[in-house]
Design a binder for this molecule. Structure first.
Ligand SMILES: NC(=O)c1ccc[n+]([C@@H]2O[C@H](COP(=O)([O-])OP(=O)(O)OC[C@H]3O[C@@H](n4cnc5c(N)ncnc54)[C@H](OP(=O)(O)O)[C@@H]3O)[C@@H](O)[C@H]2O)c1
Length: 255
């Protein structure tokens, strides 16, 4: 029996990168994992296969985020799939992980780029939570994937950083409202993690530079985030809410 046996988790963007690290760990802990994806069906199916190969249960489902009606479409697709696995429907753990980077300083970001990054990173989680509250059981968990860039100023990713700052405020404010139902709302804030979003970590020089930002002198891995999310999802974290947990390997601590 894993710590999450009998629980259902939904991980947005759960098929690859950090989302895969989260999906796999929650699956290993015994949760039935709903692996949401936007485009990359092969990656999502591969994640499901890995979870099943380790004795877990998972399914993949697709919806595009960042478009009108995205949250309702996500829940409609989830409801249809979950009915095949659990007659209760609903879920216990919602992880808002899907996100995109928008590079560019304030003089380079145009309105379309700004709207898109906010639509995917901030508006989608807001409405996924809004429409998910009737499905999320009491004593459930909401975990949002934020970023260390809300604490370390990087002008070249200013719009992206602002999307994550808004997510932190959403986390904090929701926690106040949902406490009466025993639901905790937290965020994790990774530093640079080795995923498709950071292709420069494949370059030896870029990798060395990024590693040096952490006190542990290595680049973060999806499993580093998955393990922290699994803790927040577990009963061990029942007394923790409204927190943004830094999971950056002590990035940018010194000057
Ligand atoms: N990597 C880092 O260094 C880092 C650091 C701090 C925070 N984060 C945050 O961590 C989260 C995951 O990042 P990552 O590095 O793992 O990114 P990634 O490898 O690029 O994966 C992004 C995930 O989000 C999904 N997604 C993106 N846009 C979508 C859309 N419009 N509709 C539906 N799904 C969409 C993708 O689905 P498909 O697989 O179907 O394409 C994919 O699963 C993001 O919120 C990111 O901001 C990342």
């Amino acid at each position: 029996m894993g710590k999450l046996s009998g629980k259902t988790a939904l991980v947005t963007g759960g098929g690859r990168g950090i989302g895969r690290g989260i999906s796999e760990r929650l699956g290993r802990d015994g949760a039935l994992v709903a692996v949401h994806y936007g485009n990359d069906e092969a990656a999502a199916k591969e994640t499901v296969r890995t979870i099943e190969a380790e004795g877990g249960r998972a399914f993949a489902f697709r919806t595009e985020l960042g478009v009108p009606g995205d949250a309702e479409a996500l829940w409609a697709a989830f409801d249809e799939q979950i009915a095949r696995y659990d007659e209760r429907g609903g879920l216990d753990i919602l992880v808002n992980n899907a996100g995109v980077l928008a590079s560019g300083a304030i003089d380079q970001i145009d309105e379309a780029a700004y709207d898109r990054v906010f639509a995917i990173n901030t508006k989608a989680p807001f409405f996924i939570i809004k429409h998910g509250l009737t499905r999320l059981r009491d004593n459930g968990r909401i975990i949002n994937v934020s970023s260390g860039v809300t604490k370390v100023a990087i002008p070249d990713v200013i719009a992206y950083s602002a999307t994550k700052g808004a997510l932190d405020t959403l986390t904090f404010t929701l926690a106040q409202g949902l406490g009466a139902r025993g639901i905790t709302v937290n965020a994790v804030a990774p530093g640079t993690i080795e995923t498709d979003a950071n292709p420069w970590v494949k370059d030896p020089e870029g990798r060395k530079q990024i590693a040096a930002v952490s006190v542990f002198n290595r680049v973060g891995r999806p499993a580093d985030i998955g393990d922290a999310v699994a803790f927040l999802a577990s009963d061990d974290a029942r007394w923790i809410t409204a927190e943004v947990i830094d999971v950056s390997g002590g990035s940018a601590l010194g000057i």
